[in-house]
Design a protein around this ligand. Structure first.
Ligand code: 5RP
Length: 217
């Protein structure tokens, strides 16, 4: 199976976690796109979704799903999203698609985070994938200097987030203590969100492999 087929397989597998009649949290990315396609095909009764990006909102609405603002919702049972890397403790690097801030917010209010990923995303140590950090535009240089002091090599992405901010992709870190690192980077003034999802990691990992979809809990 090629990578796209693995993404489709995990997208379908995630349907098992969708509870009919419940508001669903929907992440962002090419794997989530496969999940949205599968959701549409499944015909499961989803009264409404809360989405983590304009991209996913548009796709959901094009399929006829209702999308609510998070401020209209008290709780979300299940949140389905992808990852750029996931470690054995279910800590993740996210934000390759630039939606990390809204993803972290929706994940925070969700009872269960179901991560869907192909096998290339499972790693022993986070950091080969550059860590995305969303930054207030006027603070790009200032935050970059702080990151350099911590041994990281920030590269400004040619991209503006749905929130009007910039993204620094930080190379050169091997992240073993993800929760501490997330907390430390969050302290830098000008940082909006760090693409490390450790404090609120995944609860379930559905991993697409050539031997089929494997479930880790
Ligand atoms: C977007 C994300 C995505 O979940 C992550 O980039 C994985 O994307 P893909 O499924 O396309 O590999 O965090 O901000």
């Amino acid at each position: 199976m090629d990578q796209q087929e693995l993404k489709k397989a995990v997208g379908r597998a995630a349907l098992e976690y969708v509870k009919p009649g419940e508001i669903l949290g929907v992440g962002t990315g090419s794997t989530v796109d496969c999940f949205i396609d599968a959701l549409k095909e499944s015909g499961i009764d989803v009264p409404a979704c809360v989405s983590s990006s304009v991209r996913s909102t548009q796709k959901l609405q094009a399929y006829g799903f209702k999308v609510l603002d998070l401020n209209e919702v008290e709780k979300i049972g299940v949140y389905v999203d992808g990852a750029d890397e996931i470690d054995p403790h279910f800590a993740m690097i996210k934000g390759g698609g630039g939606a990390l801030t809204r993803e972290k917010i929706v994940a925070m209010v969700s009872e269960r985070f179901v991560c869907i990923a192909d096998e290339s995303k499972k790693v022993d140590v986070l950091g080969k994938f550059p860590l995305p950090i969303e930054v207030i535009p006027m603070a790009v240089r200032a935050v970059s200097r702080e990151i350099e002091k911590l041994g990281g090599k920030p590269v400004l992405r040619d991209f503006t987030t749905d929130n009007g901010n910039k993204i620094l992709d930080v190379h050169g870190w091997q992240i073993t203590d993800a929760e501490q690192w997330e907390q430390k980077l969050n302290q830098i003034v000008g940082v909006v969100t760090v693409g490390l999802f450790a404090k609120r990691g995944a609860d379930v990992l559905l991993l697409g492999t050539s031997q089929g979809v494997k479930t880790f809990k």
